[in-house]
Design a protein around this ligand. Sequence first.
Ligand code: ATP
Ligand code: MG
Length: 573
Amino acid sequence: MKLSRVFWQTLKEVPSDAQIASHRLLVRAGFISKSAAGLYNLLPMSQRVLRKIENIIREELDKINSNEVSLSFVTPSELWKESGRWDTMGPEMVRFVDRKSNDFCLSPTNEEAMVDVFRKSITSYKSLPVNLYQIKTKVRDEIRPRFGLMRCKEFTMKDAYSFSIDKASLDTEYENYYQAYSNIFKRMGLDFIIVEADGGNMASGDAKTHEFQVVATAGEDLVVTVPDLGYAANIEKAQTFRGDLDFTDASDIEKIETIDLKTCEDVCKSLNVPVYQSLKTLIFEATYGKKTVPYMVLLLGDDEINEVKLKNFLGADHLSIASEDTLKDLAVPKGYMSPYNLEKKVSVLYDASIDVDKSYIVGANEENYHVKGFVPSRDTQSFKQADFRMAKESDFGPDKKSKVVFKRGVEVGHIFQLGDKYTKSMKVTVLDQNAKAVTPLMGCYGIGVTRTMAAAIEQHHDENGIMWPKAIAPYHVYFAKIGKKDETKDLCDKIYNDFIEAGVEVLYDDRGMGPGPMFKDADLLGLPLRVVLGERDFEKDGTVEIKVRSTGESLKVSVSDVIVKTKEILDKL
Ligand code: ATP
Ligand code: MG
């Protein structure tokens, strides 16, 4: 395409709300414009990138027999009521009432609607497995839309759903998507890691779930990896281990005065002992429907709570730090609470890294006092122990020897074994080989299409602009002329036509700008190759310059070789 005909403009100013590179560059390089907070217009350059991303997805999903559909974006409340999610989705789901007083929502995800499509036509095991996907707009009223296309209120998602007769088939389908996703992100030229993800409490114990994380410093997710073991998990889920700790052997309880020393750090500092020789006590309130239950959770003094793990362990709908009123009800003073000498009954949970037979410093449940020599197994009536702590960079991996490495990631894909969660609540059955009605098992598989475009930029840019991986670049070659003569124009027009004839995706800058602003625009846009015919050089030695955007390497080739050479270099990218 000739640039003079492309609806495209670059901006000098950095948008004031842009905190990360992809947001800044998408706006400055003329890919998107803002419509309102969390809402963006996708301009022609974006559309070209998105079509490429979508087509890679389509090609790979085709290979695993996934069928493309397009469900109605507006979904009726009846479906959501069947699954129970009409009441639990919360304010992220955008709802509306039509003129006949019927309730609807703008799809934030489509499990229920896909189940409905499935059950309208599938009745027998003979048709299984079934795989359906769509590439469509999703709407979520995110509490804090931010970072441009990374987290917006309206975005494009590829969502796929598999239906299987049994767990073995679900595992096979899951593995197919796992492979397809690996191919998809590899083909896009992205550096990604596949991490174990949090399955929430809806997944049964052996339900698998993985996230595909594009490694980037601006990523919102923290990923815990153990390179030596090939282990990687989202921090929400990662179970890591502390090295050998010098715990104190069991001893008798001794009360100590700790006026105004309310934190483990303060108390341990005053006693000159490591903070992990104390226990930190937290009280949480877990909600189950309308019921709320308090829990006392203890961690080593220098550890932090991982609320996702705790919520999953408790199987709660919601979890929050206990209110002052709850602390009063339980008669535990803030800063001095613990399971020691409890007046009221409350369930006690110890983190797995606590050796419950050793002795610790804990609050005395009395203002201004702690106790030394508290032994959890001896001094707690009943308790449960599990992993509730947040992984730390000083931790070791599952082998307790290999060091962990933290990385930042952008979640571009998430695959999930749903099991019978939706098929059961929506009462779907198919007949098996013995003509017995069974509930099919589902998997769901998402890719953030627009987010992937932003993630690619996070990973591929420099101070001058974007450096598109070839597979998803809006065009492959930025071809420009420098010079005013008619002969130069004629020659460049010819080269442009030759590029097109040779099947090269070329953008021809025929705007007649000076080299300075033109090179700036070219760098900002970030096409893999820039080919420039400068009148002066050409008249001197008949050459044209080819420059690789990502490496800065450049070479001069004779004008008669430019098409062949450009294609050669492109092939190697
Ligand atoms: P996140 O944890 O980032 O909020 P999620 O777990 O809610 O994402 P899913 O429901 O798994 O997301 O959606 C599938 C994919 O859609 C995600 O992996 C992500 O790439 C993309 N996505 C989700 N929310 C947004 C958003 N607000 N803006 C852009 N892309 C999004
Ligand atoms: Mg997710």
